[in-house]
Design a protein around this ligand. Structure first.
Ligand SMILES: Cc1cc2nc3c(=O)[nH]c(=O)nc-3n(C[C@H](O)[C@H](O)[C@H](O)COP(=O)(O)OP(=O)(O)OC[C@H]3O[C@@H](n4cnc5c(N)ncnc54)[C@H](O)[C@@H]3O)c2cc1C
Length: 251
């Protein structure tokens, strides 16, 4: 599709929070069209006279301002590094109409909603969990947030607020792969599905009748978790077919 420049609007950076040398969040004032939790929009900067754009999940809650995004940097690529250098008052291009089908309306009814994320893949879930809909539709929600080091767990305040608000209806399961940390799972999401660790730690069984899954982030995790779930009889939602698993891979 040929991209029209009229789809881009100027956004104004309201803040840039650096959580670690590799992770930061931007708040951006931009008059985008209404969006659903789980959707993304594209951000762009002019780099060497060329507009460089990438898609980013929206972490903020629909109908609130400013927009918020959570980034991993220190990559080979250009855009994430440049976005990390922005300051309040700087301008950034924002696609006016958010898009994407990684939303709750792609998830069929069930009892338990399992949200499985690596790194910045937690963004759509932090938006979704702060809307009423998942809590109206599901009895119990498990958020799995997998990182390399404990210091990579950002948005602890949002998680704490959800725990306070929803109590036993909400289970938070942090995974840390590169160091051993008390009260976290040391390892990776796909293996924990296959060997039963995730169900044990979450104190909740998985079944095709009760469990619905959303997977987001690193494509290796997404693919391997999908395979682990498929081996247990779960089916992926695809165009024209509703299944138990909805997914979004970031690269
Ligand atoms: C629908 C969608 C939503 C996305 N949402 C986010 C988001 O909320 N936050 C975010 O940081 N990125 C997100 N991404 C990835 C983002 O679009 C860019 O790919 C990323 O910022 C790297 O862009 P770049 O131009 O700096 O480097 P590129 O040259 O595009 O990427 C360099 C390499 O970095 C790796 N990489 C890309 N994204 C990540 C990541 N998030 N974490 C770790 N490694 C990565 C890949 O190996 C990639 O080949 C999303 C991608 C998609 C498709």
């Amino acid at each position: 599709m040929v991209e029209s420049h009229t789809q881009w609007i100027e956004g104004l950076v309201a803040s840039n929070i650096h959580w670690t040398p590799n992770l930061f969040s931007l708040r951006i004032e931009a008059d985008v069209a209404p969006f659903e939790a789980g959707q993304y929009t594209s951000l762009a900067l002019e780099i060497g006279g060329v507009r460089v754009a990438q898609p980013y999940s929206i972490l903020s809650v629909p109908d609130t301002t400013p927009l918020e995004f959570f980034f991993y940097t220190q990559l080979d690529g250009q855009l994430s590094a440049e976005l990390g250098r922005l300051h309040p008052g700087d301008r950034v291009w924002v696609k006016q109409i958010p898009e994407g089908r990684f939303t709750l309306d792609q998830v069929p009814p069930g009892r338990d909603l399992w949200l499985l994320a690596t790194g910045t893949g937690v963004s759509p879930f932090l938006s979704l969990l702060r809307t009423p809909e998942p809590w109206q539709r599901f009895e119990h929600i498990v958020l799995v947030y997998a990182v390399r080091q404990w210091s990579d767990v950002a948005y602890g305040d949002v998680v704490a607020q959800l725990q306070a608000q929803y109590g036993e209806r909400f289970t938070f399961v942090p995974f840390v792969s590169r160091e051993k940390v008390e009260n976290t799972v040391h390892g990776h999401i796909p293996a924990s599905i296959s060997n039963g660790t995730l169900e044990r730690v979450a104190a909740r069984g998985m079944s095709t009748q009760n469990s619905r899954f959303m997977l987001c982030g690193n494509p290796g995790m997404v693919q391997d978790a999908l395979s682990a779930l498929q081996q247990r009889g779960f089916v992926r939602s695809e165009e024209g077919r509703t299944g138990h698993i909805t997914l979004e891979a970031y690269w």
